[in-house]
Design a binder for this molecule. Structure first.
Ligand code: ZN
Length: 86
């Protein structure tokens, strides 16, 4: 029985080819610094995933110096349902 579980796990694993993370590097690059009202200057920001919505992922940008929220953004994935089509 344990073997069967292992087999199931394996086959489930193989059926899901690794999807390249969609434009993660690109996301890191955009909005590398934003104006923080608390620091009163343009600061490097940290991107935080807030929500995953049907229309895209909502991110919040936090000041790396004081943690203040300096902006948010909803990023659309180009084809979120792509993996279904075969
Ligand atoms: Zn700040």
């Amino acid at each position: 029985m344990k073997n069967l579980m292992e087999e199931l796990k394996k086959s489930a694993y193989y059926k899901r080819p690794k999807q390249p993370k969609p434009s993660q590097q690109f996301e890191e690059l955009e909005a590398s610094s934003l104006f923080c009202v608390k620091c009163k200057e343009a600061v490097p920001v940290r991107k935080k995933l807030l929500l995953v919505l049907p229309e895209g992922e909502k991110f919040e940008y936090l000041c790396t110096q004081c943690g203040n929220s300096v902006g948010s953004k909803t990023s659309k994935e180009e084809s979120p349902m792509h993996f279904v089509i075969k």
